[in-house]
Design a protein around this ligand. Structure first.
Ligand SMILES: [Fe+2]
Ligand SMILES: [Fe+2]
Length: 313
């Protein structure tokens, strides 16, 4: 069945108790079924129930995209929802867009649309002091490239803000986080999805993704900052990273932030072949055994965020 007519949405991206201004469809047994008529409401309980059962099975008509985006944006501006609800709506509505960004062959449009995503996150962070902690608290801890990319972008924005990035630079950093692993588009899927540790050859292939990222982003005339995040996020301040073995001063300041965000997310995320580390253990490892690889100022920012998360919990 062709899904061209439809656009997938996440059920959790819909603000509860509001009249939904478009029809809602659900996929059951491979068939799309009309579920809610425009003008109906969904209770928070029902959204929660579906989120647990089938979070990825909801669709709207593709023609309703602008209507959906306006509905989500209005929800984010309303005074009736708390910061956590808003953070959930923002994250969930963005996930679908991030999936599109990575699957779409037209990278130039994806790069352009991604600016809107990062701008929404920065505006939300600016509007509410508790926004960042709430967004980070929702980190998925599931390792899919899309989740990981979005989480690295959010962590990079949080860390970047603490170490002093502002305005245009902060947005560039968020985009650098979002696209840091874009080079994985060129890595065979069986390596990306391998259910276990990689062989030496597979590892060598995997290590090419920063180079591929550089290539893809340069071809599409991305900015120097975003390219640096993709090309340099596996470098180490000690000079033992890859692919260029750069040393401290040579690594782009934004790539240093993305590097911390990327490692922290990878360590605290569940992969099929190993359990996630607890945040405290991940920070301890990065500040202990791996000490010297990461920018100390960014590491202090990571510890500050972790403290805030603990206080908020
Ligand atoms: Fe990477
Ligand atoms: Fe990564």
């Amino acid at each position: 069945m062709s899904l061209d007519k439809y656009m997938k949405i996440r059920i959790n991206s819909l603000p509860p108790h509001k009249c939904i201004p478009f029809d809602l469809f659900v996929m059951i047994g491979g068939r799309i079924i009309h579920y809610l008529r425009s003008g109906d409401k969904l209770s928070a309980l029902k959204i929660d129930h579906f989120e647990k059962k089938a979070p990825e099975q909801f669709y709207i008509l593709a023609a309703e995209r602008a209507n959906y985006q306006k509905f989500v944006r209005d929800g984010l501006l309303s005074n009736e929802l708390d910061t956590k609800q808003k953070a959930t709506i923002l994250r969930e509505s963005t996930m679908v867009l991030v999936e599109e960004l990575f699957e779409r062959p037209d990278i130039e449009t994806a790069l352009r649309d991604a600016r809107g995503v990062v701008e929404d996150f920065v505006a939300f962070m600016d509007s509410d002091a508790a926004a960042m902690v709430n967004l980070i608290g929702l980190s998925s801890h599931d390792f899919y490239t899309y989740n990981h990319s979005l989480d690295v972008s959010i962590y990079s924005l949080g860390l970047g803000q603490i170490v002093g990035f502002r305005g245009h630079d902060l947005k560039e950093l968020g985009l650098g986080g979002l696209f840091h692993d874009i080079g994985k588009r060129y890595i065979p899927l069986e390596i990306i999805c391998k259910n276990g540790p990689l062989s030496d050859d597979e590892w060598l292939m995997m290590q090419k993704h920063p180079q591929f990222g550089l290539q893809i982003l340069s071809e599409h005339r991305s900015t120097e900052n975003i390219i640096a995040c993709a090309f340099e996020h596996h470098e180490s301040l000690q000079g033992n990273g890859y692919p260029q073995k750069l040393t401290a001063e040579e690594i782009h300041p934004m790539a240093r932030v993305v590097s911390v965000a990327d490692t922290y997310d990878a360590l605290t995320t569940k992969r099929s072949y190993n359990d996630p580390m607890r945040p405290t253990d991940a920070i301890e490892l990065m500040a202990g055994k791996l000490n010297g690889r990461y920018d100390p100022e960014v590491m202090r920012a990571l510890q500050a965020i972790f403290q805030k998360l603990k206080t908020a919990a």
